[in-house]
Design a protein around this ligand. Structure first.
Ligand SMILES: [Zn+2]
Length: 463
């Protein structure tokens, strides 16, 4: 039979990444991510009818973001007991992310059921037990190691430069006496970003499944963004206010800490108090620091000189809610990183409530702000917002830094693909809305004469 590839997520959108490779001997699932967004997206977070978890032989996981690993516990819940292959840091980060997801779902369900006692009780799609069962199935692999994951299917992971442990994966698949190489890009990081090593491109493939999140544009150069960040920090220190940074726990938090450490080391900014006000960010940062060997040459050189933790001796973690509340009495200047990244809940909310009306305060937005989120309203320059039922005048300065993306822009995506282009593979563009994947598709066709596929959710392709 021909090798089959089915798209169970990230087809025409950026969440829910999941693909199934099927031969006459084996079935391997690549990622099983959560769909994120409102309304109907939530109903998509289940095992698709066309996917029988008990017939999967193995799973390979590209990285630990929720939109790539968030549905995995559903496999354990359905009785799957096969292996899940991924890198050691991804095992740690994905475990953290899935545990947090189970916890949040539980809290959400409780809140809903309290509010709507007359309605059918809401239930989490999985619980902490399912997550623990799933975590027990992880098998660590090293970058470049070749491992047989299922009969006739070997996998090789290489650095994707997107988050700690992230990988692009090549599956070498034997079927009917023939061998085909299928490359899954995973999420590809931008070249030259601090901390992480750059992505490594594969050179040989018959079929490529490639992300296209920013297939339509390049980001602002990173050096410019770093300079802007330094300016904002200096300004906040001078005004002696609080600098609030809404963050997601993994990636940008560690990037900002690294940049702050450098500023302190170079004495471009005097040391001042920094608070990591997110239990998950605290855990993620610990995991990052455990894997220095995977960091880029600049980072390693700096750490050899002396540990960055020495530069960051004004950094405090505030794990408990009481610690977090106590920050209200902390005098400025102080930088506070707290979740949620889009100001849709979490500890950042009480900091915003206390500081938005203060002209000496600053809010620094470093990540994407979804439509309708409080973060988006602040970015859009609204002068009054309603929080916790009260109207708050926005007198704080709102800064937006768009250049810290963890995703490659168009040029870096084309560069990643250039190594594969000579082999003239078939290409499917995923993990991108039409805005991202259509321009990239055009570019690949124009430069290499390769017509790309734009798969739909649930579509199966024969290789
Ligand atoms: Zn990602």
């Amino acid at each position: 039979m021909p090798i089959k590839l089915t798209f169970f997520g990230a087809a025409g959108g950026v969440t829910g990444s999941s693909y199934l490779v099927q031969t006459s001997r084996a079935r391997v699932l690549i990622d099983f991510g959560m769909f994120q967004g409102r309304g109907e997206k939530e109903d998509m977070n289940k095992v698709p009818a066309a996917l029988d978890p008990l017939k999967i032989d193995a799973v390979v996981l590209t990285h630990g973001h929720l939109d790539h690993c968030g549905r995995l516990p559903l496999l354990a819940k359905a009785g799957y007991r096969g292996a899940i292959f991924t890198t050691e840091p991804t095992i740690q980060l994905a475990s953290l992310v899935m545990r947090d997801s189970a916890h949040l779902q539980e809290v959400e369900a409780e809140r809903y059921n309290r509010k709507h006692p007359e309605k059918k009780p809401s239930e989490p799609i999985y619980n902490a037990k399912n997550v623990d069962e799933l975590i027990a199935l992880f098998k660590p692999v090293n970058y470049y190691q070749r491992v047989e994951v299922a009969p006739g299917i070997r996998a090789q992971f290489v650095e994707a430069g997107h988050m700690l442990g992230s990988a692009s994966i090549r599956l070498t698949v034997e079927e009917g006496g023939k061998t085909k190489n299928i490359v899954f890009s995973g999420d590809i990081g931008p070249k030259g970003a601090p901390i992480l090593k750059d992505s490594v491109g594969f050179h040989q493939a018959d079929f490529v499944v490639m992300e296209s999140t920013y297939g339509d544009r390049d980001h602002k150069p990173l050096a410019e963004t770093v300079t802007e960040f330094e300016g904002i920090v200096k300004c906040a220190v001078a005004s002696k206010g609080k600098l609030l940074v809404p963050v997601f726990a993994i990636g940008r938090t560690q990037l900002l800490l690294y940049l702050l450490a450098q500023m302190f080391r170079n004495r471009t900014v005097p040391k001042f108090p920094i608070f990591l006000d997110s239990p998950m960010a605290i855990e993620a940062t610990k995991i990052y620091w455990e894997h220095m060997n995977l960091f880029d040459e600049d980072f390693q050189a700096l750490s050899r000189e002396r540990p960055l933790t020495q530069d960051l001796n004004t950094l405090k973690a505030t794990p408990t809610a009481q610690d977090s509340m106590a920050l209200n009495d902390q005098p400025g200047p102080a930088l506070i990183m707290a979740g949620a990244g889009m100001c849709t809940g979490g500890r950042i909310m009480h900091h915003l409530r206390h500081n938005l009306s203060k002209p000496e305060a600053c809010v620094l937005i470093v990540g994407y702000q979804g439509e309708g989120s409080l973060g988006r309203r602040l970015v859009d320059g609204e002068k009054e917002v309603t929080m916790f039922g009260e109207k708050i005048q926005v007198k704080a300065t709102i800064h937006t830094l768009g250049g810290f993306s963890a995703h490659a822009g168009q040029t870096d995506l084309m560069d990643w693909f250039s190594y594969l282009a000579a082999a003239h593979p078939r290409v499917a563009l995923t993990h991108g809305e039409d805005r991202g994947r259509l321009p990239l598709s055009k570019l690949i066709q124009g430069r290499y004469g390769i017509k790309t596929l734009l798969p739909q959710l649930g579509e199966t392709i024969e290789l």
